[in-house]
Design a binder for this molecule. Structure first.
Ligand code: PMP
Length: 343
C-alpha cells in the first residue's frame, strides 16, 4: 500500500473514494444529475452544515464552493473588496502571486516581504494599524513549510487557509474572508471553499460570476458548479466530523513526531527554524548531493510526493489530514534505516 505525502492533490480517504465511485457508477450517476435536482441541493446544504460544525464557522459567514482553485480567489477577493487600498503580507510564493494579481486591479501596499529569507518569519509584524480595505495573509506557506504568525489588525483580514484548513483550528472571528483549495484536505482540485462574512463592504457593478454577494444569493450556482468536487468535499467533511474531538491533536502529533525525528537526526535538517507548518514538513539532507537517490528509494518503498516544490527544491512531506500517524511512523522508520545504512 502506497502513501502519498504530496502537498495537494494528496492522500485520500478510502471510504470517501469508495463512496464517490459508487455515486459515479449509480443509476442515475451523480455525473448525470442536475445541480438543481433535489438530491444535489440536499447534498450541498448538508455539506455546508457539516463544514460549519466541523470547522466552527460562525453564523455570520456564508460558505461558497467556487471553481478555479485558490488562485482564482487571489483575483476574486480584490475584485470584490479593493476600493482604495489593500495591504499585502508576502510570506511565500502564493501570497506574492496574490499581491501581483491584486495590484493589477488597484492600489496595493506590501506590508511585509520575506522573499529573500522565505524559511524565516521572525521579523513578521505583530500589529497592523493603518486603514486598509483589507489586509491579505496566507496562513500556511505550503512551499516553504512555514506557519505565518498571528497578528493584530483593525481592518478586515482576507486569509488563504489552503493546507491548514482541517489541520489546525482556525479562529474565523479574526477574518472577514477565508478561502482554501479543496485538494489539500477536502478532496479534489479545481475548487475552493470560501467562507465570507455577509456584512463586508463589497464593490458593486462587478461581473456577477465574480461577485461574492451574488454567489451567496445563488448558493454558489451562478453557473454549473463543480459538482463532483462538492460531493467529495462533503464526503471528506463527514468523515472528519466523526473524529472532530481528536482531529487537531492527531494532526499535531503527526507533525511533532516527524519534526522531532528530523531535529535529532545527523542526516536530515528541517528548513524552517521556527514557525513551522503542521502540514508541510520541509527538510533537506545535510549532504544535499544524495537527494535524487533518496527520492528513488522512497518511491521504491511506497512513499510518494516527497520531492519539494519545483521552485524551492529540497524535500517536503505533507501531512494531509488523511495521512495516519502509523504512516508517519513508517516514513520515520524508513528514514532512520536509510540514515543507518547510508544512501
Ligand atoms: N495557496 C496556497 C497556500 C497553496 O498551497 C496553493 C496550492 N498549492 C494555492 C494557494 C493555489 O491553489 P490552486 O492550485 O488550487 O489554485
Amino acid at each position: 500500500m502506497r502513501t502519498c505525502f504530496g502537498a495537494g492533490p494528496s492522500k485520500q480517504n478510502q471510504k470517501c473514494l469508495d463512496d464517490l465511485v459508487k455515486m459515479i457508477l449509480d443509476d442515475p450517476s451523480i455525473l448525470e444529475m442536475s445541480h438543481r435536482s433535489e438530491e444535489f441541493l440536499k447534498r450541498i446544504t448538508k455539506t455546508k452544515t457539516i463544514l460549519k460544525e466541523l470547522l466552527d464557522v460562525p453564523n455570520d459567514m456564508d460558505i461558497l464552493f467556487l471553481s478555479g482553485g485558490a488562485s482564482y480567489q487571489f483575483l476574486m477577493c480584490a475584485v470584490n473588496l479593493l476600493h482604495h487600498k489593500a495591504g499585502y503580507l508576502i510570506t511565500g510564493l502564493f501570497s506574492k502571486i496574490a499581491y501581483e494579481t491584486a495590484q493589477k486591479l488597484g492600489n496595493c501596499e506590501i506590508l511585509y516581504d520575506n522573499t529573500n529569507h522565505p524559511y524565516d518569519l521572525s521579523d513578521f509584524p505583530n500589529e497592523i494599524k493603518k486603514d486598509y480595505d483589507y489586509v491579505y495573509v496566507c496562513l500556511n506557506n505550503s512551499i516553504y513549510g512555514t506557519r505565518t504568525p498571528d497578528f493584530i489588525c483593525d481592518c478586515p483580514v482576507v486569509a488563504d487557509a489552503s493546507s491548514i484548513l482541517g489541520i489546525e483550528p482556525i479562529d474565523f472571528k479574526k477574518y472577514s474572508l477565508v478561502f482554501a483549495s479543496a485538494q489539500k484536505n477536502f478532496g479534489m482540485s479545481g475548487m475552493s471553499l470560501v467562507f465570507v462574512k455577509r456584512n463586508l463592504k463589497f464593490k458593486e457593478n462587478i461581473v456577477p460570476l465574480m461577485s461574492y454577494p451574488k454567489q451567496i444569493d445563488a448558493n454558489s450556482m451562478l453557473n454549473t458548479p463543480p459538482i463532483l468536487s462538492i460531493v467529495m468535499c462533503g464526503l471528506c467533511a463527514e468523515e472528519l466530523l466523526k473524529k472532530k474531538q481528536t482531529l487537531y491533536e492527531e494532526n499535531k502529533a503527526k507533525a511533532e513526531l516527524l519534526y522531532s525525528f528530523l531535529d535529532q537526526s545527523d542526516c536530515f535538517e528541517v528548513l524552517a527554524p521556527m514557525h513551522r507548518s503542521m502540514m508541510n514538513v520541509c527538510f533537506k539532507i545535510k549532504n544535499a548531493l544524495d537527494e535524487s537517490h533518496l527520492l528513488e528509494q522512497l518511491n521504491h518503498a511506497g512513499f510518494d510526493g516527497i520531492k519539494g516544490h519545483r521552485l524551492a527544491g529540497y524535500l517536503r512531506a505533507s501531512l494531509n489530514v488523511f495521512v495516519s500517524l502509523d504512516e508517519v511512523n513508517r516514513l520515520i522508520e524508513f528514514l532512520e534505516k536509510i540514515e543507518k545504512t547510508g544512501f
